[in-house]
Design a protein around this ligand. Structure first.
Ligand code: NAP
Length: 256
């Protein structure tokens, strides 16, 4: 399943959180096409995860689905354990799953803060720790955090999300610093406006779409497949000397 792939991931094992839909689904397929075996993590929608696993299998790749809430630290052992049991190792962790609850700062509640931080930041931190312990023993590994252009440019009425994404950038640098000597690289990919279930309503509405397009120099909304190339680079040996960086995949959105 790696025919013509720009980055060869044959023999590698990847975990993609939220790998069943949207950007995570495209990343799971992209890693599998490059030759990696993939653990497709999801929270609730088993059908979507099974579809990605089937698509990978039909193309000659290897994948398993894994239901687990990354915001619940007690479930991290099952995610890491499933990868090792099915495929024997962990080479790549893509921390893609995230939640968002749009509300103004004046209406924000501690509940929304807790859940968003648990999934987007605390979950990423401790799942990375669980995977990095395996990678450190292997003396190699790649951790890729999916942040957002909103790690740099705040989105109105989404302050907690913005804060977690900005935190991911420093999380990336901090882990990169500590893990470099173990042969583990940690990097971030920050997408701009990408058409997924999460953004479809906003982007489909003609008025809101033209407002979004006005912020994107490339004058188009991204597709989940647009994010895959940066992830493949950061998952492959081509990036063995790249760590602690953030790659923006945003059609220039943060420049405007
Ligand atoms: P999406 O279409 O809403 O898909 C979310 C995925 O995450 C689904 O597979 C979902 O599984 C899973 N998930 C949600 N909560 C989870 C949890 N607690 N534990 C495990 N899995 C969980 O999202 P997306 O738009 O592709 O976004 C993916 C990533 O890109 C996120 O980090 C997001 O912040 C970032 N991003 C997106 C955009 C954009 O424009 N779309 C822009 C910048 C950054 P179920 O289906 O089972 O619920």
């Amino acid at each position: 399943m790696n025919e013509g792939a720009p980055f060869d991931l044959r023999g590698r094992v990847a975990i993609v959180t939220g790998g069943s839909r949207g950007i995570g689904g495209a990343i799971a397929l992209g890693l599998a096409r490059a030759g990696a075996a993939v653990v497709v993590n999801y929270a609730a929608n088993r059908e979507a995860a099974a579809k990605v696993v089937a698509e990978i299998g039909a193309a000659g790749g290897r994948a398993i689905e894994m239901r687990a809430d990354v915001g619940d630290l007690a479930q991290h052992g099952r995610i890491v354990g499933a990868a090792r049991e099915a495929f024997g190792r962990i080479d790549i962790l893509v921390n893609n799953a995230a939640v968002t609850k749009r509300e103004s700062f004046l209406d924000a509640t501690p509940d929304a803060w807790g859940r968003t931080v648990d999934v987007n930041l605390k979950g990423v931190y401790f799942l990375s720790q669980a995977a990095a312990r395996v990678m450190a023993a292997q003396r190699s590994g790649k951790i890729i955090n999916i942040s957002s252009v909103h790690d740099e440019r705040p989105m109105a009425d989404n302050s907690v999300y913005n804060i977690t994404k900005a935190g991911l950038v420093m999380l990336t640098k901090s882990l990169a610093l500590e893990l470099a000597e173990k042969g583990i690289q940690v990097n971030c990919v920050s997408p701009g406006a990408i058409l997924t279930d999460e953004t479809r309503d906003r982007i489909s509405d003609p008025f809101r779409r033209s407002r979004v397009l006005g912020k994107i120099p490339a004058n188009r909304v991204g597709d989940p497949s647009d994010v895959v190339g940066a992830v493949l680079l950061l998952a492959s040996p081509a990036s063995d000397y790249i760590t602690g960086t953030t790659v923006y995949v945003d059609g220039g959105m943060r420049l405007k």
